[in-house]
Write a protein that binds this ligand. Structure first.
Ligand code: XUL
Length: 583
């Protein structure tokens, strides 16, 4: 018997792009069990790369729904084999990659409520799809011993809908109207995006309504594409889930509602009053409201675990299922962000999560409903030129050495004597600028800087851009604000010092390898306290504290106040020069 027997706990799940993960967290908030199933490695028969199939058009990206179900089967069987004591699980919650959608076929809810504990889930939810095996370059391979007998994969040629209707004889058995679910990497819905924006009065109007202008991966646009290209499959769909609510439905044994936070990634939910926008629904597809069900607050208990899990694995019948949410919202919970806090992930690209009280949706970034406090919001901003740019400048200016790079930051002054730089070797997302642009203290464009000035200009520029664009979404630094830094560059203290100085707030570091999973377990504990008004921060107060890495240098705010204004002005100047004035 494993040493985790008899430990009361909550489970946190993460259905991410490449794997399904689980953690068990005990009442003292220690993670004492974790496991994962990696799609490419452990479910070879689905032939995914990075957990997805990229179709021949290069734009359509899908994942097989049955792969997700089978991954859950495998992980639960592994837990059982390890002696995991399911009888101690008080509640569970989970996260899903955002924006992806699952289409349950008419009759699926009946299958969900009458699952036999003698069979695996995927055996009972088995889908059928194309009858002939594909042979194109993108066609997934068939390898490995686990060949689901009824699932033969074929990636359709471009121009043909990727979604295939069921062979007639199987219509009653299949649980999904389409077997390959569009995921967040899909960018094939530009036409639907333009239609949606036009219907509601433009991109800014849509952003004010739903928190984001139209994005190809956002679910409303994906649903519109399915309806337009495969009306038959759409008509046969009784329920549309996000990946998060789909996973919750498996545990619940019935259709789980979509939560407000993940629901904000659809271009369909009115983020202020948290109801579906009739205008957006109407622009996407008919009868959509009934197929989506009513959205619920992210901390809702959506029900008790289904009898399937009680009988097959020994979960207690009272085990609560707390609404699943998107992976980014779940990470915000895992990092225990609080009002006014910022999480900065310094990876290949840099990502910012902001806790916002009064959002100002714009044409960049996304505003989602907050996953742990229904009155508040979170924002997500992505900057493409992150570590790749830092590494390039390190190679060019500091002999490929991080310690030389650090020396430049140590030997130059805050504010870089007024020198400012923009370094975007690939087209940036926030803002849409490409190229390297350097300016002297007198705002004259110059072609080069000395090596150490270049390095400081890069790092100061990257962090000033983050502050300016965060403020553009309504973010304001508060007296108790802290920055949580994660990712590769968060190991460099000198980089973090610049971050602390530019924002004027202390910077902490935190290990976020499992933040979506752990955040889901924390949210499950929060769900246990539902109805008691206990805030999330109280529930997670025992969790390990982040470590202070840098405090702002005295005088930093005066230096950067002026510099930030110049940076914003110069950014506008470059934008105007490169794309002309905005009408
Ligand atoms: C967020 C997004 C991705 C996915 C990854 O908008 O598309 O971060 O959530 O899983």
């Amino acid at each position: 018997m494993a040493d985790h027997a008899g430990r009361r706990c909550c489970l946190g799940w993460d259905f991410s792009t490449q794997q399904v993960k689980v953690v068990a967290v005990d009442a003292e908030l220690n993670v004492f069990y974790e496991d994962s199933v990696h799609f490419d490695r452990d479910l070879l028969e689905f032939g995914t790369q990075g957990g997805v199939h990229v179709h021949e058009d290069g734009l359509t990206v899908t994942s097989p729904v049955l792969m997700w179900v089978q991954a859950l089967d495998i992980i639960l069987e592994k837990m059982k084999a390890s002696g995991f004591d399911f009888s101690q699980v008080l509640a569970l919650s989970g996260a899903g990659q955002q924006h992806g959608s699952v289409y349950w076929k008419a009759g699926a809810s009946q299958v969900l409520t009458s699952l036999s504990p003698d069979l695996l889930l995927h055996e009972q939810l088995q889908v059928t799809c194309c009858l002939d095996r594909g042979s194109g370059a993108n066609s997934p391979r068939h390898t490995g011993p686990l060949q689901p007998s009824r699932t033969l994969w074929r990636v359709p040629p471009s121009g043909i809908s990727p979604w295939d209707v069921m062979p007639p004889g199987d219509a009653g058995k299949a649980c999904f109207s389409i077997s390959d679910c569009p995921v967040w990497m899909d960018s094939s819905t530009t036409a639907q995006c333009r239609q949606l924006e036009a219907t509601v009065g433009g991109a800014q109007a849509l952003s004010c309504l739903t928190g984001s202008r139209a994005y190809e991966r956002f679910t409303g646009n994906q649903i519109a594409k399915l309806y337009q290209q495969n009306p038959e499959a759409y008509a046969h769909t009784e329920r549309i889930s996000l990946v998060s609510s789909f996973a919750a439905s498996l545990f619940l044994g019935s259709h789980s509602p979509i939560d407000y936070s993940d629901g904000s990634g659809m271009n369909l939910l009115r983020i202020q009053d948290k109801v579906w926008s009739q205008a957006c629904l109407g622009a996407c597809a008919p009868h959509l409201e009934e197929k989506l069900g009513l959205p619920v607050p992210s901390c809702s208990v959506v029900g008790a675990i289904s009898s399937y899990f009680v009988q097959r694995y020994g979960f207690p019948p009272a085990c609560k299922v707390v609404a699943f949410t998107g992976d980014n919202p779940a990470s915000l919970a895992g990092m225990r962000l609080e009002e006014g806090d910022i999480a900065v992930s310094l990876g290949t690209s840099d990502t910012l999560f902001l806790w916002l009280q009064e959002p100002r949706p714009t044409l960049e970034g996304h505003i989602f409903c907050n996953p742990v406090d229904p009155q508040h919001y979170m924002a997500l901003l992505c900057f493409k030129n992150g570590s790749l740019m830092r590494e390039k400048i390190r190679d060019e200016m500091a002999s490929s050495s991080w310690s030389e790079f650090s020396k430049a930051l140590q030997s130059t002054e805050m504010g870089n004597s007024g020198n400012l730089g923009f370094y975007f070797d690939v087209m940036e997302i926030t803002p849409e600028i490409i190229g390297r642009h350097r300016f002297s203290a007198e705002n004259h464009e110059v072609s080069a800087f000395p090596w150490d000035v270049e390095i400081r200009a890069l790092i100061e520029g990257q962090f000033m851009a983050k502050k300016i664009h965060a403020e553009g979404l309504g973010y304001r630094v508060m007296p108790k604000t802290k920055i949580l830094a994660t990712g590769g560059a968060s190991h460099n203290r000198d980089i973090l010092q610049v971050l602390a100085d530019v924002f004027g707030t202390p910077v902490y570091v935190i290990d976020t390898a499992n933040s979506a999973c752990v955040g889901s377990a924390y949210r499950a504990f929060h769900g246990l306290a539902a109805g008691t008004d206990v805030p999330f921060s109280e529930v997670v107060k025992l969790a390990p504290n982040p470590r202070l890495a840098a405090a702002p240098t005295p005088g930093a705010s005066q230096v950067y106040e002026a510099l930030l204004q110049r940076y914003a002005m110069l950014e506008q100047r470059i934008l105007t020069q490169t794309r002309g004035p905005l009408e």
